[in-house]
Design a protein around this ligand. Structure first.
Ligand SMILES: [Cu+2]
Length: 96
């Protein structure tokens, strides 16, 4: 069943632990689902420095070509942003 919505529609979460910071200014996929205890890795494939800041946690700077990994031990929905481009870049990790 296709969801209909505006440009900012919430995507169906993808079951993966890999998120790409894709060109330009995007987290891809934007919403993911993982099992509790999983470690999620963000890889910066964009031409700009980005960050990953999960709500209420420290900010992680990710240079071009770099990665950051964050473990998610507790089930819940975790929203995160790139604090340098918070209007364009945000995403969600759903921990089951
Ligand atoms: Cu950014």
């Amino acid at each position: 069943m296709a969801a209909c919505g505006g440009a900012d529609e919430a995507a169906e979460p993808v079951a993966t632990t890999e998120v790409e910071m894709a060109k330009s200014y995007r987290f891809e996929p934007k919403a993911i689902s993982v099992d509790a205890g999983a470690t999620v890795t963000w890889t910066n494939d964009d031409n700009f420095t980005h960050t990953v800041q999960v709500d209420g946690q420290e900010d992680h700077k990710v240079e071009r070509g770099d990665q950051v990994s964050i473990a998610f031990d507790t089930p819940g929905t975790y929203h995160y942003v790139c604090t340098l481009h918070s209007n364009d870049m945000d995403g969600e990790v759903i921990v089951r």
